[in-house]
Design a protein around this ligand. Structure first.
Ligand SMILES: Cc1ncc(C[n+]2csc(CCOP(=O)(O)OP(=O)(O)O)c2C)c(N)n1
Ligand SMILES: [Mg+2]
Length: 320
């Protein structure tokens, strides 16, 4: 992995972390309302996967702020969306769970657990018919893997040999329920092994995530059908802003914090790749400025007009 790439990983992961910490503060101040699901601890997945996937179409579940930024949506447009402002990426009417930018092939944020998987299958089917090589990337949580839509999607994608990467972000919890209380095993690729090739990776390691998605991308681009990646990870915050996370022990949380993806990458970059400490200090300053500017932009943006209420509800003369 070259140093330019390592720097990109760091910058975006740290930007994502600071974005999430700041949005939590802004929520507490009353500038953000409704749901807010933070990605803190899981940044290696959002950044590694998006930098590897590059083209194609992306379908995500609701924990998608950092994924959207990694896909190329500027933080200020994501922040403005959280603030419910007209300048937000979804016009201020989607909020945290519905970041949507078709120009970048980014179709959600979806609030329905597992609900976006059949949409990803439909899109992958279209891309196959259109002979579009880039295919589709669908990311979802462990909670989705018990849903009917999950099994239907796995079955359909395999039978139709669709260009689709299933990416499971296994943070082990669906709100307060540990996955082993609702499934016979911790690792959910066990449900998929007879359908398609699967990979089990460390989701706290951005390089490992990146390499896995590069491999998966080659697989779908070569017309070999779908592929499944399971990345083991952990969220440091509660499920959403209103969850104090009392169902997990401090000890468990600290085990994962000691494997923090940003800290791990920084140590590797300094100790084994000789990237200067000064570069990190400089980057952290730039990131702090970028986040301040995003908040300023959101604060100073207008709310959507009343007349826009029904806009974008149905697709009229849509293309793509
Ligand atoms: C079909 C459906 N059932 C239940 C819910 C309520 N719900 C919202 S998030 C969630 C947990 C999902 O956990 P997981 O898929 O592991 O994602 P994570 O929050 O861990 O990223 C549940 C049950 C929902 N939104 N949709
Ligand atoms: Mg989960």
């Amino acid at each position: 992995m070259n140093n330019m790439m390592l720097k990109k990983f760091y910058y975006l992961m740290k930007l994502g972390r600071e974005f999430e910490l700041r949005s939590k503060q802004e929520y507490m101040k009353g500038n953000i309302a409704g749901f807010l699901h933070l990605d803190i601890g899981q940044e290696a997945i959002s950044i590694g996967s998006m930098l590897a996937f590059e083209k194609g179409d992306v379908f995500a579940h609701y924990r998608e702020h950092v994924l959207a930024i990694a896909r190329g949506i500027e933080p200020k447009y994501v922040m403005a969306e959280l603030f419910g402002k007209k300048t937000g990426v979804s016009g201020g009417k989607g909020g945290s769970m519905h970041l949507f930018e078709p120009k970048l092939g980014f179709y959600g944020g979806d609030a329905i657990v597992g609900g976006h998987l059949p949409l990803a299958v439909g899109c992958a089917y279209a891309r196959k018919l259109q002979e579009e090589k880039a295919g589709v990337f669908a990311i979802f949580g462990d909670g989705s893997t018990n849903a009917g839509a999950f099994f239907e999607s796995i079955n359909n994608a395999t039978t139709q040999k669709l260009p689709l990467i299933f990416f499971l972000e296994n943070n082990q919890y669906a709100i307060g329920t540990h996955i082993t209380w609702t499934s016979p095993f911790l690792e959910q690729h066990n449900k998929v092994k007879n359908y398609m090739p699967t990979m089990l990776i460390d989701g706290m390691d951005v390089i490992e995530v990146y390499n896995a998605v590069i491999k998966a991308k080659e697989h779908i681009e070569n017309g070999l059908g779908p592929i499944f990646i399971e990345a083991m990870t952990y969220r440091y915050e509660g499920h959403s802003i209103s969850d104090a996370g009392k169902y997990r022990s401090e000890e468990e949380l600290n085990i994962y914090k000691s494997k923090d993806p940003i800290k791990k990458l920084k140590e590797y970059a300094i100790n084994e790749q000789s990237i200067d400490e000064a570069w990190f200090e400089e980057s952290d300053k730039k990131i702090a400025k970028e986040i301040d500017e995003a908040v300023e932009f959101a604060l100073n943006s207008p709310e959507p007009d009343d007349e826009e209420l029904f806009d974008d509800v149905f697709c009229e003369n849509c293309e793509g």
